[in-house]
Structure formats: C-alpha cells, structure tokens
Design a protein around this ligand. Structure first.
Ligand code: FE
Ligand code: ZN
Length: 239
C-alpha cells in the first residue's frame, strides 16, 4: 500500500464533485484526479505540502476537467487521460489505453473502459492498493446518467466493477448518497443493510466527511444498480 487518497469537495452545495489528491509515498509523487475547481484543490495541496506531477481524468465532462489547465500552469503537471478521448480532454498530454496500465511511481493503475455515462469514460483501478476511482459511473447507492451510452453499455460497465475484489474501496466523482437513499431503500433486497449504510452516511456528512470510501462488497449489496445481476433486472430499474 503506497497510495494515500485525500478527497477534496468541489462545487460544494450545487454539484458536489469530489476531486482526489493521490500521493504515492515511496516515490513521493502526487496526482490530482478529476480536478473540478481550482481554489479548493490548491488549498488542499498547500495544506498537504505537495505539488502534483500528474492530473488523471476519468472522463471529459467539465466538472471533472475544468482545472486541468490551471494545475498545468501552476505546477507543470501532465494531464493523463484516455487516448481515445484525447480531443475532448482539456490540456491533454499523456494517453492511457483501456486494458493497459499506467505506472504511478511504485504502484500501477489499471485502465478499464466503462463507456456509458460518456464514450471513453475510464476507471482508474489500483489493484495493489485495492482502490478504484469510478468517476461518474458508480456513485454511492446510484450510478451516473446515460449521456452517451445505452442501458446495455452501462450494465456491461457495472459488470466490470462487480468483478473486482469485494474489499476494493471505491471513490466516486460526486457526493450523491443521500439524494439516492430513498431509491435504494425502495429497491433493497435487505433494507436493514441499506438503512445502516444510510445511517453511517448521515453521520459522516454531519462531520463534513465524504461517505466514500465504501468497499465494493457492501456496495454490491446496497446499490440496486450494482446488485442487478442480469440486464433484464437492471433495465427494470429505469422504469
Ligand atoms: Fe460526468
Ligand atoms: Zn460529474
């Protein structure tokens, strides 16, 4: 385990994005994943006394890439994103490819294509550290909207997440837990488990802490979209 993750709430109160500062302790490298808003990220970097070498993006949407250029200018950081989506990534520098890996110091990110929310959306999965960044594909108790994909594509994307080990912790692109709570409860197989999830989420948010990270094993039980094991069951959730 060489990766530390520091969530930074951005666009607080209206979009509630999470950007993440990743530090790799062995090589002393820092990256910012999905930089949404410059001010809070710069403040967090200063607080941690680190400067980013890389900017990682999950997808091109502005609320995940808006500070790419600012962080490049301030720190000379390089933007690393899906090479198949390079024209839509502001300040694009280094391409990564689904199915391949990216070396972040002593650890490795596995790049997984989850095209559905957008075409070219990727997961940043760090198997050694048991961490995955899910962007706008998987949120706590819900999933991202289908802007550029079909339910079939989203189902396929979620199957890739379901196949990851249960003890992998996931970090989503937004804080959407409480707005999704009723839907999750209404579609629960075990409402006790979902109620415990929501209770914990409320306690965390009251302390101004993110609900993330949650282990995929727990999310699989509580998130109706991730629990759906057939395309038919998944599609029913959209009716
Ligand atoms: Fe998005
Ligand atoms: Zn977003």
């Amino acid at each position: 385990m060489v990766l530390q993750v520091y969530p930074v709430l951005c666009r607080a109160g209206y979009m509630d994005n999470y950007s993440y500062i990743l530090t790799e302790s062995k090589s002393n490298l820092t990256a910012v994943l999905d930089p949404s808003e410059t001010e809070p990220i710069v403040a967090a970097l200063q607080h941690l006394k680190v400067t980013p070498t890389y900017i990682f993006n999950t997808h091109h949407h502005f609320d995940h890439t808006d500070s790419n250029r600012d962080l490049k200018k301030l720190y000379g950081a390089k933007v690393v994103a899906n090479k198949n989506d390079s024209p839509r990534i502001p300040g694009f520098d280094i391409g990564v490819e689904p199915g391949k890996t990216f070396d972040f110091g002593q650890t490795k990110a596995h790049i997984i294509d989850v095209s559905a929310h957008t075409q070219g959306h990727i997961l940043w999965y760090f198997p050694q550290d048991k961490i995955v960044f899910t962007g706008d594909t998987l949120f706590n108790l819900c999933i991202g909207g289908l802007f550029e994909g079909t339910t079939t594509e989203m189902f396929a994307a979620l199957q890739k997440i379901r196949q990851l080990p249960e003890d992998v912790l996931f970090y989503p692109g937004h804080e959407y837990t409480l707005p999704s709570a009723n839907f999750a409860l209404n579609n629960a197989s075990d409402s006790k488990e979902v109620m415990a999830y929501i209770q914990r989420a409320k306690e965390r948010l009251q302390q101004h802490l993110p609900v993330a990270p949650i282990a995929l094993g727990i999310e699989k039980k509580c998130n109706p979209y991730l629990r759906a094991d057939t395309l038919e069951n998944f599609t029913k959730l959209f009716r």
